[in-house]
Design a protein around this ligand. Structure first.
Ligand code: GRF
Length: 196
């Protein structure tokens, strides 16, 4: 059954593009029903428009400026997303932590892509953190995971993960590039294995 996806982004949307390309190539039986960004300048919105996918720009700032709570933002965001009737919500570079006000609207249906292995380097800057840990000799590889989202950041049940090697002569850019390539593959594979 074709899965209807709502994809939430904050940045360049290269992972969104991986989903768009997989669907176009017939490698993923899904339809992206909306792309949501909290940042107007996110290039991912352009990618969605170029692919003819509906977009929703939903910034947090107006809530902060009018003393409305983060929970109110999350609840209103969930109500907006729900109008597109998604089967799955995919956080692909979405940089806000979502509270139960959002998550409770889509129980067991929110996935997050995180550029680290389970239990390692939660939060933002996971790739530089892994690079630094490698330089300190603390790890000899890192990885990427797709997990079900729970209120604790980057900590829900893992749907899929893959190790990503780090080499002694890697620059941070080399690792970033290798990690994003792994993300693009893993995200599509993880979505393809969900049969709902
Ligand atoms: C990815 O590394 C994702 O794992 C992280 O933010 C980045 C988003 O990249 N949360 P893009 O916007 O999909 O290119």
């Amino acid at each position: 059954m074709t899965k209807h996806l709502a994809v939430l982004i904050s940045g360049s949307g290269s992972n969104l593009q991986a989903i768009i390309d997989a669907i176009a190539a017939g490698r993923l039986d899904a339809q992206i029903v909306v792309v949501v960004s909290n940042r107007r300048e996110a290039f991912g919105l352009t990618r969605a428009e170029q692919a003819g996918i509906p977009t929703l720009y939903f910034p947090l700032k107006p809530y902060k400026e009018s003393a409305r709570s983060r929970e109110q933002y999350d609840a209103d965001l969930a109500a907006q997303v729900a109008t597109y009737a998604p089967d799955l919500i995919v956080l692909a570079g979405w940089m806000h932590v979502l509270s139960p006000s959002f998550l409770d609207r889509f129980p067991g249906r929110v996935l997050n892509l995180h550029p680290a292995l389970p239990g390692q380097f939660a939060g933002t800057h996971a790739i530089p953190a892994a690079y630094a840990a490698f330089q300190q000799g603390e790890i000899d590889h890192t990885g990427v995971m797709v997990h079900w989202v729970v209120p604790q950041v980057d900590a829900g049940p893992v749907l899929a993960s893959v190790a990503v090697p780090i080499y002694p002569d890697d620059s941070l850019d080399d690792l970033e590039t290798r990690m994003h390539q792994a993300e693009h593959r893993l995200l599509v594979e993880a979505l393809a294995q969900i049969d709902r």
